[in-house]
Design a protein around this ligand. Structure first.
Ligand code: SAM
Length: 215
């Protein structure tokens, strides 16, 4: 845990919630153990959308489409989201949710491995939301920076991994060691990349916000 539970509960208790459709989608996703953005992250995304007003968004990791639809709901009217998912079981559910929400025309849904798809995209995107395989972020970064518009924002979720990222190598389960090592490399790269200005924020499961330099 990164933030004390009582503090998290207090902050979330102030939240005004989302639309009934999104609240219901969140409930059903959580009931089915689908990992979706946490409450405090939802509020952060809504605030970022209000500040940055991105028109073209790229999301890596759709799951069942909760965060995609959250961004459609709280972003500008002409917003367009390209979102990528490779888990076959979740793809039809996400499609159905996009249809039920009446948002299909605003969403380009790409099915397959993000690593391969990112190479084919040309962008540019005003906002890129990274929320997929955490151990792959470092490998996807060159394409992600290429795809960002000048002044574009890269938001990466779960970058502090419940705080385990800073635990001793020996205290971490073997299967997580490589992921954490790669995530530490990713954060270092974000902080030292010549084209990015980055802040790492201990919110939710850790989020980093990077802004690409203007031309
Ligand atoms: C945390 S969930 C996304 C949650 C979603 N952004 C939300 O908040 O509603 C991560 C998703 O990324 C997908 N994923 C993981 N690795 C991927 C890859 N290499 N290519 C495409 N999707 C991937 C997983 O199947 C999973 O559904």
């Amino acid at each position: 845990m990164i933030v004390e539970e009582r503090m998290r509960t207090f902050i979330n208790s102030l939240d005004a919630g989302n639309t009934p459709f999104l609240d219901e989608l969140e409930r059903s996703a959580l009931a089915d153990d689908v990992p979706i953005v946490r409450k405090e992250m939802q509020s952060f995304i809504k605030t970022l959308l209000a500040i940055k007003k991105p028109q073209q968004i790229l999301e890596v990791g759709t799951a069942v489409g909760f965060s995609t639809l959250l961004m459609c709901e709280y972003g500008r009217e002409d917003l367009h989201i390209t979102t990528i998912e490779n888990y076959e079981k979740r793809i039809p559910i996400a499609k159905e949710n996009f249809r039920r929400a009446g948002r299909e025309s605003q969403i380009t849904f790409l099915e397959g491995d993000a690593g391969a798809i990112l190479k084919e995209l040309s962008g540019p995107y005003d906002l890129i939301f990274m929320d997929a395989a955490k151990g792959q972020y470092i490998h996807w970064l060159p394409d992600v920076v290429r795809l960002l518009a000048p002044g574009g924002v890269l938001m990466s979720d779960n970058v502090l991994q419940e705080g385990e990222l800073i635990e001793s190598h020996y205290l971490v389960e073997r299967r997580n060691r490589t992921i954490y090592k790669r995530m530490r490399e990713y954060l270092f790269e974000l902080k030292h990349h010549p084209q990015l200005t980055t802040s790492i924020i201990p919110l939710g499961d850790g989020v980093s916000l990077s802004v690409k330099e203007e031309l």
